[in-house]
Write a new protein. Structure first.
Length: 1182
């Protein structure tokens, strides 16, 4: 049975949204907490009943027993049990304990604690809130007894679902904190509010009292106190408790306490208009747009003339003449809406407004915004169309916060805003008519600064004028440049960084030295070779207060500075994308005392060329490290010191670490996650590990010395059987996400092949996805007295894999399918989701009615492509109908086209260097990147005339291992070899310099030869396309000079690679050279060619031994052509003379020529799975 969860936000959605969430199939639907009885009858019931199939089940959670009774369920409603006393005591104790309170002392208060728990009704939330109260009251017995005997436990008039423990905690708060707590409940649940936004609203409402210089600090103390009382809960995915949420029960309590002065329309309230007409409110917070009579209009809100806070996240219907004039008392305005242009025009009339947050599509602010003299907080980060600020902005003398998005023009005079505490999104530029960095110099009260586009600063002196080092209140600093990295984590080809640019930006950042007060430092997009000098050593600036340090997109930085390990308060270190760091040496941990003494979290991600980390076992460091992320690198091993010294490490995440083969010796790790590590073979000696998550680690064979492992999550959609290590590990829980074929074997239970590997596990949950539903198919297993084996896979769906398992011997399998079993499995994995695997099993069968498996479908398609026989013949030999052969082959070809087209991406720099080395070593053609040739692919009788025959011209480039690296197709009737070249993406990319632009070959006489490919005499001679010498090129009919003859010989030997590749392609995939089914539409033919070339490459990649282990055509004028030919001829002459003089490659050429006809001597390069290739020009059918 499928389980679909519907969040409570759908209660205020549309029926169509509900129908989409609950597809028409048998399933169980879970609805989040339903708080209003009318929501079931008026909103949910009818569309849900219409959406689900007969036999489905619906589970609704609610805190209101009346709602449950009113739903008239066929089964009685179920009360959730409260916590048992011992469990409740453990929870309470966890809330109370701190570094100052001893656990033994708290245990002596257990008798009083259990009585308090009894008054809490065993409810976890009430217990947590009470724990926060007890922690503040003290640890003495009379403190706890005073809480127990408090008369507020018996307060009357409160709704039943609101626990009295909350009221007791509320009454314990000072008055200033009560206001802040109640105000927090106004914030819409669907939005995240940063702590700075929350505090700004509190200040605007006058809730925070004290010196004007310290209001934000007071506000942060209030915020932290609400956290300590468990009234708001930090979101752990954010650093520094910067985002929190409020539990629904706590929110309901706060809204109950403020119901007389605040209208909070969240979670499907439909009576907003009635309330707006019947009562006057001080605060409005509107998140729902489901009303009795359609869309909420602005006129309905204008009647609330006394409102001080307006928060709206919906589209409000506006009419001509609507304005903000009536809200004369408004202090806080938070608007998320596109249609508010008319409102913005009247902003200047809000004389008392302190806080303004806009998320709109406005292009300008009113020119007289300077009239809003009391405005303190202006957040425009949601106004992405806003390009400049009006001149009057500099008149906002009380402005404490300014947040900008893409505002590039800020008027001069900004230096006068001396009350500014927080400045975000300030663009650095050198235009003399607008504000620049020197305007920040006088703003000495700044606590948070975000400077962006610092690459625009041309002189370091301009950066020095910002005087960051003099701002002694500064705690958060963000210094940002526009990233020079692409999606692959490497420097963008067209945005390379020169040495001069690197030096300039380093000098600029040297002058942006922060003061010692800095606590949080983020540096995105920096492209200097070395980090700023003030980070390399503590001698210049002692960053003794720095807690959080993050680097992003370090395009050119080659090392992490040694000074980081000496920072005494650093808690978080994050490096995200640094492609030039290849090694982290011993200097990273060199310090006079223990390196990184307080570091608790470290994330090293996207260092795509990082291979080595030196940390000796005896070097003590990072004694408090609790969480470590190692993501997307080439690290070969975890350093010995990491495992032996990080005694506090609890969570370790290893993802896309390409060459790591072993994880062992992490004695303190409790939770380990490994994902996408193709070479990982062993996980051993983790004595405290309780949870292990493994995703796509195909070589992992050894899992041992993990005695307390309780939970294993295994995700792998390629593996055909459960790993052998499953037999030897003891588990309580196994969660498996796998392919449908493995799931079906598990569903077979004791009669299945996998039974011995999982039957000893207490609980097994195994799933296979279908589209967006990650748990469409399932197997649920429980061992022991409560034995259960439940699945929604029927016996008719236990697929046979008949065809792929028929050939037992390896030679027979390869003869039929032209690849080994392991390669066959890889091809199956490529097409498994979503276009192939789930289309086949229920639509296609053998003639005898047996359902086709994925492997059967792939086997049919491979046979169709490699036999060259008709669909009727193929179907007859395999036991399927002709229509099944055609359909399955079509789906397979489309799936390969979609999932494996990356095979023809332009090789990345690392891969291209291997190609060039191999051409130089084997064929003596240094700096050669490939061989190009045009072939005619026919789809019909070989005896037909090519001009009249169905087919395509294929221009292909191959590497020395006969792997196709580029393909372009054209119609033979409309173009020839030369015109096909000029029409191709290869030609355009090489002419523009985006391809073949790598390292050059330096010759002894000072000449340089760039990257090139070679082609036969039918191609034009170009600087990047070298053809053989012709007799017509010489002044006489004598023999070629020695250097020309030698070049031609090497050229000829290298082009034999292409002939061998094409011969092999057509011999293996005979559909390309024999009768093809005529019903195939012309649009299918390119896909068939690409599919065969993809399969050709895959077989080379996975099966053969590596040989090396250690400008449009119309604008191409005759003048340009002549110059190019002259340049190309010069390149060819220089290269050929260099080859004959150096004598390189002669022996290799002879060896290759002597065996060029031997198909068994074909070689390949080792596939490097983490090469970050630049996306090549897509070859398209003309």
């Amino acid at each position: 049975m499928q389980v679909v969860s519907i969040p409570c936000s759908f209660v205020c959605g549309t029926p169509s949204m509900l129908m989409k969430s609950a597809p028409a199939s048998r399933h169980s639907t879970t609805g989040s907490t339903l708080s209003r009885s009318g929501a079931w009858e008026g909103v949910l019931k009818i569309p849900l009943v219409n959406a689900v199939a007969s036999g489905s089940r619906v589970l609704i959670t609610t805190r209101d027993e009346g709602v449950a009774r009113g739903m008239t369920a066929t089964r009685p409603y179920h009360h959730i049990d409260t916590l048992a006393p011992d469990d409740a005591w453990s929870l309470l104790k966890k809330q109370v304990l701190s570094s100052e309170i001893d656990e033994d002392h708290i245990n002596k208060l257990k008798d009083v604690g259990l009585k308090i728990i009894q008054k809490c009704g065993g409810l976890p939330l009430a217990i947590k809130v009470m724990g926060g109260l007890l922690r503040r009251r003290g640890e003495l017995r009379h403190d706890w007894e005073h809480v127990l005997d408090d008369s507020k436990w018996s307060i009357t008039g409160m709704p039943q679902e609101l626990n009295y423990a909350l009221y007791l905690s509320y009454e314990d708060m000072p008055s200033y904190l009560k206001q802040c707590f109640l105000y927090y409940s106004l914030l819409p649940k669907s939005r995240k509010f940063h702590v700075d936004q929350v505090i700004a609203m509190w200040i605007s409402e006058g809730f925070i009292h004290g010196s004007s210089n310290d209001l934000e600090e007071y506000g942060r103390n209030y915020y932290n106190e609400l956290i300590s009382r468990n009234l708001i809960e930090p979101d752990k995915s954010y650093v520094g408790q910067s985002y929190c949420s409020m539990h629904d029960v706590v929110r309901s309590f706060a809204q109950y306490m403020t119901k007389d002065e605040a209208l909070i329309a969240h979670n499907g309230d439909t009576d907003i208009l009635t309330k707006l007409h019947s009562q006057k409110f001080l605060r409005l917070s509107i998140e729902t747009d489901r009303l009795q009579s359609g869309q909420l209009d602005w006129k309905s809100l204008q009647e609330q003339k006394s409102v001080r806070t307006l928060i709206s996240t919906i589209q409000i219907k506006m009419r001509p003449g609507d304005s903000l004039v009536t809200f004369s008392s408004l202090r806080t305005l938070h608007i998320v809406s596109a249609n508010v242009v008319s409102l913005v025009e009247s902003l200047h009339q809000l004389k008392h407004l302190r806080y303004l947050k806009l998320v709109t599509d406005i292009f300008v602010l009113p020119v007289n915004i300077g009239n809003m003299k009391l405005l303190q907080f202006l957040d425009l980060r949601g106004c992405e169309n806003l390009a400049n600020l009006p001149d009057s902005i500099v008149k906002l003398g009380q402005l404490r916060f300014l947040g900008l998005a893409d505002v590039c023009m800020i008027p001069r005079g900004f230096r006068g805003l001396t009350s500014m505490r927080r400045l975000l999104g300030f663009q650095a530029h050198m235009d003399g008519d607008w504000c620049s960095l020197d305007e920040l110099g006088p703003l000495s009260r700044l606590r948070i600064i975000e400077l962006i586009q610092l690459e625009n600063v041309s002189l370091a002196s301009f950066a020095a004028n910002a005087r960051l080092g003099e701002k002694m209140h500064l705690t958060n600093l963000f210094l940002s440049c526009t990233s020079r990295l692409g999606d692959d984590g490497l420097v963008k080809e067209k945005e390379g960084v020169s040495a001069e640019e690197q030096k300039r930006i380093q000098k600029v950042f040297d002058e942006l030295c922060p003061p010692p007060s800095i606590e949080n430092l983020r540096i995105p997009g920096y492209f200097g070779q070395q980090l700023p000098s003030w980070m390399m050593s503590r001698s210049r600036v002692p960053l003794n207060n720095l807690k959080f340090l993050s680097f992003y997109d370090l395009a050119c930085c080659t090392q992490l500075p040694s000074g980081l390990c000496q920072l005494p308060c650093l808690q978080l270190l994050q490096v995200d994308r640094a492609p030039c760091i290849r090694r982290v040496g011993t200097g990273f941990l060199q310090a006079e005392s223990t390196p990184f003494p307080r570091l608790t979290e470290m994330s090293l991600e996207g260092m795509v060329e990082w291979e080595e980390w030196e940390w000796e076992e005896h070097v003590e460091a990072m004694p408090r490290l609790e969480k470590l992320w190692l993501i997307n690198c080439k690290l070969r091993r975890a350093p010995p010191g990491l495992a032996s010294n990080t005694h506090a490490l609890k969570e370790l995440f290893v993802e896309d670490v390409q060459h790591l083969n072993c994880l062992e010796g992490f004695s303190s790790v409790v939770e380990l996650t490994v994902c996408g590590s193709p070479d990982l073979e062993r996980i051993t000696n983790l004595p405290n590990m309780q949870k292990l998550t493994i995703t796509d680690c195909p070589k992992l064979k050894v899992l041992e010395s993990i005695p307390v492992l309780e939970r294993l999550v295994l995700e792998d959609y390629v593996m055909e059987e459960l790993p052998e290590y499953m037999r030897y590990i003891k588990l309580r829980h196994l969660q498996l996400l796998c392919r449908i074929w493995l799931l079906s074997s598990i569903a077979a239970g004791q009669s299945g092949l996998e039974w011995d590997k999982f039957s000893h596990v207490e609980h097994v949950q195994a799933y296979t996805p279908d589209g967006d539903n990650q748990r469409k198919w399932y197997v649920l297993y429980t061992r022991g007295d409560n034995f259960k084996l439940d699945s929604n896979i029927s016996s008719s769906m236990i697929f046979s894999d008949r065809l792929s398992s028929f050939m037992v011997d390896t030679e027979g399998f390869v003869a039929v399918y032209k690849m080994r079993r392991s390669t066959f499995s890889h091809v199956c994995s490529l097409v498994r989701i979503p276009v192939f695997e789930y289309m086949m099993p229920w639509d296609h069968t053998f003639i005898d009615g047996r359902v086709l498996s994925l492997q059967d479908g792939v086997a049919i398609a491979l046979r169709m492509l490699n036999s060259g026989e008709s669909p009727v013949t193929v179907g007859s030999s395999l036991g399927v109908n002709e229509s099944t052969v055609l359909m399955v082959t079509r789906i397979f070809v489309e799936a390969l086209w979609e999932r494996a087209y990356h095979q023809f991406n332009y090789p990345g720099s690392a891969k291209m260097e291997k190609i060039k080395r191999k051409f130089g070593k084997i064929h003596g053609l240094q700096n050669c990147c490939g061989v190009v040739r045009t072939a005619h692919i026919t789809f019909g009788s070989q005896n037909c005339d090519h001009e009249e025959n169905d087919g395509l011209l294929m221009q292909a480039v191959v590497d020395p291992d006969m792997r196709f690296t580029n393909i372009w197709l054209g119609l033979p009737g409309s173009m020839n070899q030369s015109s096909l070249l000029h029409d191709s993406g290869l030609f355009m990319s090489c002419e523009e310099g985006t391809w073949l632009n790598g390292s050059k070959l330096n010759l002894s006489d000072g000449w340089q030869v760039g990257e090139y490919i070679i082609g036969d005499a039918g191609y034009p001679l170009l600087p990047w396309l070298l053809t053989p010498y012709h007799l017509e090129d010489k002044d006489s009919s004598a023999d070629f000079p020695p250097y020309q003859a030698e070049f031609n010989r090497r050229h000829s030997a290298a082009t034999d690679v292409m002939l061998a590749a094409l011969t092999r392609l057509k011999d293996t995939w005979k559909v390309l050279d024999r009768e093809m089914w005529r019903s195939a539409s012309s649009c299918r033919l390119p896909q068939i060619i690409y599919a065969c070339c993809i399969l050709h490459n895959i077989v080379i990649d996975l099966e053969e031994e590596a040989a090396d282990m250690h400008s449009n055509q119309e604008n191409y004028t005759e003048q340009v052509r002549q110059v190019a030919e002259e340049d190309a001829a010069r390149v060819r002459d220089i290269l050929s003379q260099h080859l004959i003089e150096s004598g390189e490659g002669k022996q290799e050429i002879v060896a290759v020529a002597s065996c060029s006809g031997n198909k068994n001597k074909e070689t390949r390069s080792t596939l490097t799975t983490d090469i970050r290739s630049r996306k090549g020009e897509s070859a398209r059918y003309s």
